[in-house]
Design a protein around this ligand. Sequence first.
Ligand code: BDR
Ligand code: CA
Length: 312
Amino acid sequence: MTKVIMDCDPGIDDAIALTVLLAHPEKADLIGVTTVGGNVQLDYVTANAKKLLTFLGSNAELASGQATPLVKEIETASQVHGKTGMDGYDFPKNSEDYPLTSNNAVTYLYDRISNCDEKVNIVATAPLTNIALLLKVFPEVKENIEHIYIMGGSTLQGNITLAAEFNAYVDPEAAKIVFESGLPITLSGLNLTENKAYMKMDEIDHIKDLGHVGVMASSIMEFYSAAELKNGHTKIPVHDACAVISLIAPELFTKSESYPIDVSLTNDEFRGMTYPDRRVYASKENNIKVLEDVDREAFVKYIFDSIQSYEK
Ligand code: BDR
Ligand code: CA
């Protein structure tokens, strides 16, 4: 059975991604969740992970990780995810009791991955701070990592700035370390998540009809969708779900290309920009598989079916 650890900053679309992942125990065994400061501060994202794991009936291990990026100051996205990162739904109070296996995600990841009897997959839907530290401090762990599925970067437009996607922008040094790690990586960037794998507003409205998990998902998505509409989107991206679905249902993605990708570390308008080397004579080292298209209707149906499956 495919073993997975999800590194995330819930966050609305992280919440949808985790909901989809936990709906498919036949595809992936979620052994752990690690949190990192990103969409909102670390305390909030860890509390949100506890709420989700309790609500979704998981017993995955949970470790909280790095509060701030490797080098830069943290910048959050509370304008899109709300003050606590997941407002709008009254989760059961007992979620505060969800046990924290560790408050050091980096050593947790190292111990858990190295002692696992199978190679472990990582789904990373946040700034890559925890994962970069893991690979830098404990490079031997790479031997037991199967693949990293990342939501981050873009081969076209940015979102937080003209050039950069939020996760790559918040911790570009970490993104560079992970991209250059030599590990197999599949990337869901904005070129996919915004341009191809979006949901239409009537599809977002339908989520509330998908049972009790649908009610939770649609309640937390209310703030997020409104913020995206205010930002000028007419269609709503569910970025992080792409990274999860690229692991558990890769057949939905209809086009991909592999390139080496560099990350701009400058402190100007190019900070966090991820740029692929498309030259035919580009070095073939550190090739990253960039997802470029998806069967959008099948992708949306996969999310619906996953949410609905909690009613069975
Ligand atoms: C990414 O940034 C975050 O706001 C989302 O959760 C997603 O991981 C999109 O740029
Ligand atoms: Ca995220």
